[in-house]
Design a protein around this ligand. Structure first.
Ligand SMILES: [Zn+2]
Length: 76
């Protein structure tokens, strides 16, 4: 199952959940305060550094053709 990131609208806690794709868009329950937490949709699009250690220029323009922050094909 894929991992999705959620942020609690009440306490701003970020947490990850393993859920089936079919439930990805549903609100999750915050493990801290049990309020509804919304899925963070922009994990891949707007964060330029991920936790695997890969990094790319912060604030760089996403590639117009592939949508990635950096890509070899587009020489960004
Ligand atoms: Zn919360």
């Amino acid at each position: 199952m894929p991992i999705y990131e959620y942020v609690c609208s009440d306490c701003n806690l970020k947490f990850e959940l393993l859920r089936p794709l079919s439930q990805a868009a549903e609100a999750a329950s915050c493990p801290h305060c049990h309020q509804s937490a919304e899925r963070i949709l922009s994990t891949f699009a707007s964060f330029s550094t991920d936790e695997s250690g890969l990094s790319s220029p912060v604030g760089g323009n996403p590639c117009a053709s592939c949508g990635l922050p950096s890509c070899d094909t587009c020489s960004i």
